[in-house]
Write a protein that binds this ligand. Structure first.
Ligand code: KIV
Ligand code: ZN
Length: 461
């Protein structure tokens, strides 16, 4: 059975662009709009045409060249704004005029200096005017979540009567809580006459880090459009992140029985393109598309991942377009992952050889956060060149392993670590005594007993 469709309204080019340092020129907006089209979003809010000539041109150019999705232009609730938006949207295959007017007493009193009655009238008139131009009209009562609920119901009813087809409920200042936002959407459904004729939309800001949770609560209570941005960019702390909304619904259909038309395999490239255009990097631990979102460093995790990715991954990197799951080699890594990386670099080792590589690796990783392939190759070379024939092990191994006190070339480690070596335990609890002298470091690591299958699990946690 088909699941209800959630309309994805992308506002990266409008609300997203309002975030500090994220402004884009017309060419850049056009390029991103084409990517959003590939991604499969339903609505692209291309800009705020009255705000500047650049914004007008961007909306106009996007409207003319991106034909599949709805293209929305923002307008305040006044004739001049609505006309300018409509002018910019002329060439669109599917135009939408999006009107907003604040409704909370704080905004009415201090910002707009109008009464509730005047607000109601202004909203109604602006929507009527827009409707005379364009069949698709969205209305947003700005600061809805701090608006008196009875008054909000009155405004929503008025704009539906005036012809709005979508009513968006913005948590403009990121103040609401998930249950509260869900309840608000439910109340509108229960109290507003004609609500079934329109699509209710969520638009949540992230000031308390709840934008995605609030949007999902909205969906669970009847919202059928979600407004969001790539990488969650937007005013102040940002908007709800598109990739998180889409993947939450995709990964948990048991909780959210809805679907979107987003081609999730384009999420990563969309995020990368935005970061490249704005030069605002994505935080490494950002869900879904951050550099570390699919990286596993802890030994236990790496071991589990290698045995079955389901142990630590709730979605595949490929499903969101991340090229490959990356096992980061660092001080928490285990031997299983190290052996695999060595193999990928063309080196296969028997157990005791790997022990030695691993011992040195732990010391190195303790000094530098991430062991790159180049470091590992140097280390392998050091270890293998230090191995000479050992009569004691003849018959067992063709190479002699250095004694428990090993010599690690200090200069290479130091250049990689950009810092000096100091004595102490390696962070995973393996005692590692390191004493530097004249460009060399003495590394003393007692041999450990093997513990069969448990070993990868216990080592390098
Ligand atoms: O956050 C907000 O209230 C807005 C409106 C213009 C929809 O962005
Ligand atoms: Zn907003």
């Amino acid at each position: 059975m088909d699941r209800p469709r959630i309309t994805i309204f992308d506002t990266t080019l409008r609300d997203g662009e309002q975030s500090p340092g994220c402004s884009m020129n017309v060419q850049e907006k056009l390029r991103l709009a084409q990517q959003l089209d590939r991604l499969g979003v339903d609505v692209i809010e291309a800009g705020f045409p009255i705000a500047s000539d650049g914004d007008f041109e961007a909306v106009q150019r996007i409207a003319a060249s991106v034909r599949r999705p709805i293209i929305a232009g923002l307008a305040r609730a006044c004739t001049g704004d609505v006309d300018r938006a409509w002018q910019a949207l002329q060439g669109a295959a599917h135009p939408r005029i999006h009107i907003f007017l604040a409704t909370s007493d704080i905004h009415l009193k201090y910002k707009l200096r109008i009464t509730r009655e005047q607000c109601l009238e202004q909203a109604r008139n602006a929507v009527r005017h827009a409707k005379s131009l364009c069949a698709d009209v969205e209305f947003s009562p700005e600061d809805a979540t701090r608006t008196d609920v009875a008054f909000l119901c009155q405004v929503v009813e008025a704009v539906i009567e005036a012809g709005a087809t979508t009513v968006n409920i913005p948590d403009t200042v990121g103040y609401t809580m998930p249950e509260e936002y869900g309840q608000l959407i439910r109340t509108l459904h229960e109290k507003v006459a004609g609500i079934d004729k329109v699509v209710i939309s969520s638009h949540c800001h992230n000031d308390l880090g709840l934008a995605v949770a609030n949007s999902l609560a909205g969906v669970q209570n009847g919202a059928r459009q979600v407004e969001c941005t790539i990488n969650g960019i937007g005013e102040r702390a940002g908007n709800a992140s598109l990739e998180e909304i889409v993947m939450a619904m995709r990964v948990r259909p048991d909780r959210y029985g809805y679907e979107t038309a987003v081609a999730s395999e384009h999420l990563f490239s969309s995020s990368q393109m935005l970061a490249e255009i704005t030069r605002v990097p994505v935080q490494p631990n950002k869900a879904i598309i951050g550099r570390n979102a699919f990286a596993h460093e802890a030994g236990i995790h790496q071991d589990g991942m290698l045995k079955n990715p389901l142990t630590y991954e709730i979605m595949t990197p490929q499903s969101v377009g991340v090229p490959d799951s990356r096992l980061v080699l660092g001080k928490h890594s285990g031997r299983h992952a190290l052996a695999l990386r060595c193999e990928q670099l063309g080196h296969q080792f028997e157990r005791r050889e790997l022990d030695e590589i691993y011992r040195r690796f732990v010391v190195l990783a303790d000094r530098i956060k991430k062991v790159q392939d180049s470091h590992l190759l140097e280390l392998i070379q050091d270890v293998t060149s230090g191995m000479v024939s050992n009569p004691e092990t003849a018959g067992g191994h063709s190479k002699r392993f250095p004694p428990a006190t090993a010599t690690l070339p200090y200069s290479r480690v130091a250049s990689a670590a950009a810092g000096g070596i100091s004595a102490g335990n390696s962070a995973d609890g393996h005692p590692a005594h390191v004493a530097g002298s004249a460009g060399q470091a003495q590394v003393t690591i007692p041999f450990a007993e093997h513990h069969g299958e448990q070993e990868d699990y216990l080592w390098g946690v």
